[in-house]
Design a binder for this molecule. Structure first.
Ligand SMILES: Cc1cc2nc3c(=O)[nH]c(=O)nc-3n(C[C@H](O)[C@H](O)[C@H](O)COP(=O)(O)OP(=O)(O)OC[C@H]3O[C@@H](n4cnc5c(N)ncnc54)[C@H](O)[C@@H]3O)c2cc1C
Ligand code: SF4
Length: 664
């Protein structure tokens, strides 16, 4: 037996006596009460006090005995979740060494200074190299200094991208390094495009919707679209949500402003710098390409978008179903491109209609933003088996207006849900087969509820074992039970019970199990890795000078992440072309008013929605915009974290009091 103090983002910190044969996972779950519910994944563990080694979360099945020598020295194991910021950790460590352990040496001070520059936004890549050099220092160092060096090395290996993000984007996505906090509020810092959320919410209260819209457009040129379809990661970190359990309806407030101003507002695109000679080619007119084009055109560059399809919008126009986002809404939002002088070449597939090498020769920089359009397909080659991308594409173009009676959708994510909810609108009965249990599906819970109300049947915890055909005709699927989806190390590694089988009939199978990027149009000198992924650095640069890439082509994401990446790629391109920064527009003053003292009494407003019966009748938009009174009532729920407090709270659930919570 060994005595261990359990610490970190866990529910039951404290001292326990445990058998050395236990795994960290058992230690965490059986003795520590699991991770805090907001940060469920142990990203790293630290064994043996503040100077003990850092162990990757993927080694959760290591046994206590594997680390017994370190644990015995200080009897500590700490579990850190998704908010573990390695820069902040090193800041703490160096202060601890100087103040508590009295190791006040030039070496520790040097590390402390460099880490302070990184956390304080006063650094560049050279600071990271300096930190590596400091960690490599040998010679007359104390044991504490040597341990610190080893920790720096480990952290810089595990969190290489995050260190780069701190120095290059001056951003701490963990929301920990206070100076790097965007707009000083957890919602803004979490938003992948860092919108000034408390700013535009405050402006609603003052009926200054034109200013609010201009402010929104400064960080997100697709604010209107995002008001309709963004899953709102900002709301998951809203401080009002931490306290009352119900976040501010940020997306709906954005939608209220954008609905009002979309047709009338001109300032956001008219306010741009004088034209300059340099030309930039953007390949792909989806959210990432459009966002980059907007910022580059605002800054005076001559921008040409080359788009394979006959409409702009990418997956907005060809994936997201019309009941959530109609094509006329996308056209209305993207009208600014023409007004800004962006040249749009529709129906131009780069690699077929024009080689990439020619765009590189004719432009000063090129951005690749071609998303992921190759749907992964399961099952036999048959007209009865379609990929989700092909199915949704045909429906949105009006090329498909019916489905057969029994539609089976395979997949547990948002795209699968869109297919399943489209089928009843085309007269079919949809069954959704997913490996994940209902609570594990990567879809907001309200959307799953809505799908069930629309008549979608959920078969959670099943996988397709066999497609059974009668001659050329697909008849049914044999499913087998999926007992778990992820392994202990949080990797996708589904396990099945071959003895528990189920047969379901199918006239049409839609495979919604992911999409890949088609990189066939790339020139040979642009590097891809062994898994055929584009090699990119944190400034969106490919291996070739002057060629950048952003959006889903890099990794599947959201509209708002593609917009944010398009913005940051535009900043990199401007830097590359010798510019002095992207032009965002005038500074908009946000008034300082006091919070309504009844802030805790207000209930979250809910937008009106069509009933299930109305929904399945066709593709009419399901959700409405807030009324004036709703928007004003909801805006009052914002706590103005930008001026009251920066960081979100950490909810801790107390054992035996499920449903109750407090904060530390
Ligand atoms: C069905 C579905 C539903 C979704 N729902 C949501 C949602 O509700 N909310 C949300 O936030 N996100 C949603 N997403 C994700 C979101 O749509 C994407 O993250 C986003 O569109 C990525 O933007 P992008 O510009 O990187 O790529 P895309 O939107 O894919 O745009 C890429 C563009 O490049 C063009 N292109 C490709 N190859 C070439 C070539 N060789 N030459 C020229 N042009 C080319 C394509 O035609 C396309 O227009 C959904 C995705 C899908 C598939
Ligand atoms: S209370 Fe307001 S400022 Fe604070 S996180 Fe929520 S929306 Fe943002």
């Amino acid at each position: 037996m060994i005595e261990v103090r359990l610490l970190g983002a866990i529910n039951r910190p404290g001292v326990v006596q445990v058998d050395e044969s236990l795994t960290f996972k058992q230690l965490l779950e059986e003795y520590g009460g699991g991770m805090l519910r907001k940060y469920p994944r142990p990203v790293v563990m630290q064994v043996g006090g503040p100077l003990g080694p850092i162990v990757r979360g993927s080694r959760i099945n290591d046994r206590v005995r594997d680390h017994a020598p370190e644990i015995r020295t200080t009897r500590m194991v700490a579990f850190f979740g998704e908010r573990f910021c390695p820069v902040d950790f090193l800041g703490f460590l160096t202060r601890f060494l100087v103040r508590e352990a009295r190791i006040d040496t030039p070496h520790v001070r040097g590390v402390h200074r460099t880490v302070g520059e990184i956390a304080g936004g006063r650094s560049d890549r050279a600071a990271l190299e300096r930190l590596r050099d400091l960690a490599a220092a040998r010679g007359a160092l104390s044991h504490g200094e040597r341990r610190m060096n080893a920790l720096i090395d480990d952290l810089m290996d595990i969190f290489a991208d995050d260190f780069a993000e701190h120095v290059e984007a001056r951003y701490c996505h963990f929301g920990v390094c206070r100076i790097l906090f965007h707009h000083n509020a957890p919602c803004s810092n979490t938003c992948p495009s860092n919108m000034n959320v408390p700013g535009y919410i405050e402006l609603i209260k003052h009926d200054r919707l034109e200013d609010a819209y201009t402010l929104m457009k400064q960080d997100n040129p697709l604010s209107f679209v995002c008001g309709k379809v963004c899953p709102a990661p900002c709301e998951t970190r809203c401080r009002q949500g931490d306290i009352s359990g119900v976040s501010v309806a940020i997306r709906q407030l954005k939608r209220y402003i954008a609905d009002d101003r979309l047709a009338a507002s001109t300032e956001y695109y008219e306010d741009r710098l004088p034209a300059r000679d340099q030309r930039v080619a953007v390949v792909g007119g989806g959210p990432a390409g459009v966002s980059a084009a907007f910022y580059l055109a605002k800054t005076g560059y001559q921008v040409h978008i080359y788009e394979a399809q006959h409409r702009l919008g990418g997956m907005l126009a060809y994936g997201i179903p019309a009941y959530r986002l109609a094509n006329h809404d996308i056209e209305a939002e993207l009208a600014f491109l023409g007004k800004m002088g962006v040249a749009v070449h529709l129906g131009t597939r780069v690699g077929e209609d024009v080689p990439l090498s020619r765009l590189r020769a004719e432009h000063d920089a090129v951005l690749l933003a071609t998303g992921r359009w190759v749907g992964r397909k399961m099952g036999p080659a048959s007209p009865q088996v379609e990929s989700a991308a092909d199915f949704l594409w045909a429906v949105k173009q009006g090329e498909r207006s019916s489905v057969p009676e029994k539609v089976v959708v395979i997949g547990g994510g948002a795209v699968a849900m869109d297919c399943a909810m489209t089928a009843p609108r085309l007269g079919g009965h949809a069954t959704l087969v997913s490996l994940e249990q209902r609570a594990e599906m990567l879809v907001p819970a309200y959307e799953v509820e809505e799908a069930v109300e629309d008549g979608v049947e959920l078969l959670n915890g099943w996988s397709v074992k066999e497609f059974v055909s009668d001659g050329d005709r697909l008849r049914k699927l044999v499913l087998q039970r999926c007992v778990r989806v992820f392994d202990d190390e949080f990797r996708f590694a589904p396990e099945f019970d071959p003895n528990e089988l189920l047969e379901i009939e199918a006239d049409l199978v839609i495979s919604a199990v992911g999409q890949d990027a088609d990189l066939g149009y790339l020139d040979d000198d642009i590097a891809v890795d062994e898994r055929r992924r584009l090699v990119l650095d944190s400034a969106f640069r490919t291996s070739v000078e002057g060629v950048f890439a952003a959006g889903d082509i890099k990794a599947p994401g959201l509209v708002i992440s593609a917009v944010g990446e398009g913005k940051r790629a535009a900043m990199s391109i401007d830097l590359y072309l010798g510019g002095s920064g992207i032009h965002f527009g005038r500074s908009i003053e946000v008034p300082e008013t006091r919070l309504d003292p009844r802030i805790w009494d207000f209930q979250r407003e809910e937008a009106a929605k069509l009933s299930a019966e109305e929904r399945v009748r066709g593709f009419a938009e399901v959700e409405s915009t807030f009324s004036y009174d709703q928007a004003h009532a909801e805006a009052k729920r914002c706590m103005r974290c930008d001026r009251n407090s920066l960081q979100e709270l950490h909810l801790r659930t107390f054992p035996g009091k499920e449903g109750m919570s407090s904060w530390t």
